[in-house]
Design a protein around this ligand. Structure first.
Ligand code: FEO
Length: 396
């Protein structure tokens, strides 16, 4: 789908779908692809809002040229410099050499570093306005959503917000582009995974931005990924509010690392004991099989986290280490925590788990279980104790 779509009179979506890239930022899986949304406003002046990742450059430029029907682009608004949105800047400059690049004081050093571009710049600040003719653009800084230079652009006449990554989603736009034209149920996990994986580290900046933007009348939110929000605006804002406050549901994520199945048995025991106590939302993940993206997403959703690892070369298992360092990096807050470990001749996982607990400051609900090989009767009781304590905390 490369045709421009008019979303308001003389305002067009000119995004592209990417079904080829396996990993967003070369790390996060894209099983349903991703869309890069760009927009163009045709007025006395023509403004493009953000561009796309460079892999679909030809389609993008073709679509833009067809939409403009011979007119030139006067302004490119750079809300965010990450290359999934800035990837076409140089191509636009080649096509429209008189183009003015609009950003803020933090945008331009990145522009120079990424693309060697340092001319035709117009710097805007919080509250700055840019007149296009009938339409006026207002700019608001939303640092760390998702990078320090990030800003959003508001069109007061249409009450339309170009929100950058904020309110974005993984998943391509397979026909519809508005939230009421797409299958939101199908996209649900891709919306939450986009938040938890990409924006989730920045809960405080998200809260600040929501308060700042809360004063604006908004009829349409045009993010740079995922559907355009017009019929479910309160719902997506409520979701961001909840996620950025680290509010969770009753449920438990059990993530384990196991070489030959003994530690996995402990995970299954704990899962069973949780179910005995009425916990229904139990997600058991093998860290060797499941990408951290999905475990992090579940941890954003559920309050209880129980982590288990065998020892490996005197330390923790490598895929559990990856998960722990991701969680530490993201600084996710407000969870209940417990551990289980397993060893053959010497422990090694526990010191790393203890370090993790100290860093995260999550509440530990029970002493850890520590088996040697296949869990014995005392290990089973220790697993039961973890599960019952976790269930009690969640039900309190
Ligand atoms: Fe979609 Fe932070 O880029």
């Amino acid at each position: 789908m490369n045709q421009a779509i008019e979303i308001k009179k003389n305002i067009f979506w000119i995004g592209v779908n990417d079904r080829r890239t396996h990993l967003f930022e070369n790390y996060w899986p894209l099983p349903k692809g991703v869309a890069y949304n760009s927009y163009v406003i045709i007025d006395e002046k023509v403004a493009v809002i953000d561009t796309i990742e460079r892999s679909r450059m030809d389609d993008y430029i073709e679509s833009l040229e067809a939409t403009l029907n011979g007119r030139k682009v006067d302004y490119l608004i750079i809300n965010h410099m990450e290359p999934d949105h800035s990837g076409a800047i140089k191509a636009l400059l080649c096509h429209y050499p008189d183009l003015t690049l609009v950003g803020n004081s933090k945008t331009f050093p990145m522009l120079e570093n990424f693309y060697g571009v340092h001319t035709n710049l117009l710097e805007v600040k919080e509250g700055s306005c840019l007149n296009l003719g009938e339409q006026q653009l207002n700019f608001y800084m939303v640092p760390m959503l998702h990078w320090p230079e990030t800003m959003v652009t508001y069109l007061p006449k249409e009450q339309l917000l170009f929100s950058g990554d904020v309110f974005g989603a993984f998943g391509t736009l397979d026909g519809g582009i508005f939230d009421d034209q797409v299958d939101l149920e199908y996209l649900e996990e891709e919306i939450s995974r986009y938040y938890s994986n990409i924006v989730g580290k920045y809960g405080m900046p998200a809260q600040t931005a929501l308060k700042k933007l809360g004063g604006l009348a908004i009829r349409m939110i045009c993010a740079t990924h995922g559907p355009i929000w017009r019929s479910h605006i309160p719902e997506i804002i409520a979701k961001y509010d909840k996620w950025s406050k680290y509010e969770t549901e009753e449920g438990v994520v059990i993530a384990f690392s196991s070489m030959y199945g003994h530690t996995e048995k402990m995970a299954d025991l704990i899962g069973r004991f949780l179910a005995e106590k009425g916990i229904k939302k139990i997600r058991i993940h093998d860290t060797s099989k499941t990408h951290p993206s999905y475990m992090i997403n579940d941890i954003f959703r559920y309050k209880g986290v129980i982590l288990g690892s065998c020892s490996y070369n005197g330390g923790i298992f490598p895929t559990m280490e990856t998960l722990l360092s991701e969680l530490e990096n993201m600084g996710i807050k407000n969870h209940y925590l417990a551990f289980f470990t397993n060893k053959t001749w010497a422990g090694g996982a526990l010191p790393r788990f203890t370090q993790f607990a100290d860093k995260m400051k999550w509440e530990i609900v029970a002493p850890h279980a520590d088996a040697s090989g296949s869990p014995k009767s005392q290990d089973v009781e220790d697993c039961r104790n973890i599960a019952y304590a976790m269930a009690e905390k969640l039900k309190a």
